[in-house]
Design a protein around this ligand. Structure first.
Ligand code: SAM
Ligand code: SF4
Length: 318
């Protein structure tokens, strides 16, 4: 089956926030004191999440990305990946992680069938890393990236660029593509008042000082535009979530760790699936609720120029 929304978009990609908890407190994602965690009893079990994935698979979903919070702080994430890959119709599972625990889990994740990992890294300087994440160690992430590459996971590095905080490192990140890194620059979204965003176009021009950027494609592109520097084996992607959102091509739905299905990262509207699941709803009833959420998927979201967003990424699953 092919699920198409009210604006003609093919919807086949589910992002699951497996936990709202995190071992970091990135300045653009959470307040310093953190956010109140969702009580364990309200978080879906892996079995409940897998049941929902089974239902969306019947609706034609084939790709799942696990995110959070930090997905690797939840116990036995590899076991969950394995569980999901047994669901008929699910072709690919990927992961978005801060990478701090990846050294421990990379091999196991690869062995159970994970294919892709996006690793968030905003600086290559240890002291700055601590400032941005408020509590992380750069060496843990660098070890995680190496471990993921060594076991053959396909990796991308995501850098959120903040003016006056880390934008001076964009060119250093771009240089890493000569060592095979696939680097994506993400425009900062105003969830906190951490800093100003740097438009992708400005970055593209700055990085152009290294050589002429040739347009290319990577894994069907998704929300990014990709380029390659002459002689580089890795690629440079730009995700212009603020200056040039690509809602027109959005193919995804989101499941929060407490069981809400949402149609847009920036909408606070969600439909609760946990209640119905726990009170014995049939697959048909859950399917109807998911279709209702798809029907609400907006054509786009309002401009993001101001510091206006109420929610935070760690809850919804960025
Ligand atoms: N903890 C994991 C991580 O950091 O990769 C997964 C969850 S995190 C919310 C997912 C992604 O959202 C990360 O790449 C992070 O950099 C990004 N993110 C968080 N807050 C953001 C913001 N205000 N603007 C743009 N990206 C943001
Ligand atoms: Fe945690 Fe990821 Fe948010 Fe940083 S961006 S605080 S690692 S959830």
């Amino acid at each position: 089956m092919k699920l198409v929304d009210s604006f003609g978009r093919h919807i086949y990609y589910l992002r699951i926030s497996v936990t709202d908890r995190c071992n970091l407190r990135c300045i653009y994602c959470m307040p310093a004191e953190g956010v109140p965690w969702i009580p364990h009893s309200e978080v879906l079990s892996y079995e409940e999440m897998a049941r929902i994935v089974g239902i969306v698979a019947e609706l034609g979903f084939s790709k799942v990305r696990l995110t959070g919070g930090e997905p690797l702080v939840r116990a036995d994430l590899p076991g969950f990946v394995k569980m999901l890959l047994q669901i008929q119709g699910i072709e690919e599972i990927s992961l978005t992680t801060n990478g701090t625990l990846l050294k421990k889990y990379a091999l196991e994740l690869k062995q159970v069938g994970l294919e892709r990992v996006n690793i968030s890294l905003d600086t290559l300087r240890a002291e700055r890393y601590r400032d941005i994440t408020r509590q992380g160690n750069l060496s843990d992430v660098l070890d995680g990236i190496k471990a993921a590459q060594d076991v053959g996971l396909s990796t991308k590095i995501n850098m959120v660029v903040m003016r006056g905080i880390n934008d001076d490192e964009a060119v250093d990140f771009a240089r890493r593509t000569y060592q095979g890194w696939h680097v994506r620059f993400i425009e900062l979204m105003p969830f906190t008042r951490a800093a100003e965003y740097v438009p992708a176009e400005e970055l593209r021009q700055r990085i152009g000082s290294l050589g002429s950027l040739e347009a290319c494609s990577l894994d069907g592109n998704g929300p990014a535009e990709y380029y390659r520097l002459p002689g580089a084996t890795g690629t440079i992607g730009f995700i212009a979530s603020v200056s040039k959102p690509v809602c027109l091509f959005c193919n995804r739905m989101r499941l929060t760790s407490d069981g809400q299905i949402r149609s847009c990262l920036l909408s606070d509207e969600g439909i609760d699936l946990r209640g119905p699941l726990r009170s014995g709803a049939s697959a048909q009833e859950v399917k109807r609720l998911i279709l209702q959420a798809v029907a609400f998927k907006p054509e786009g979201h309002p401009a993001l120029e101001s510091n206006s967003l109420k929610s935070n990424m760690s809850r919804i699953g960025g």
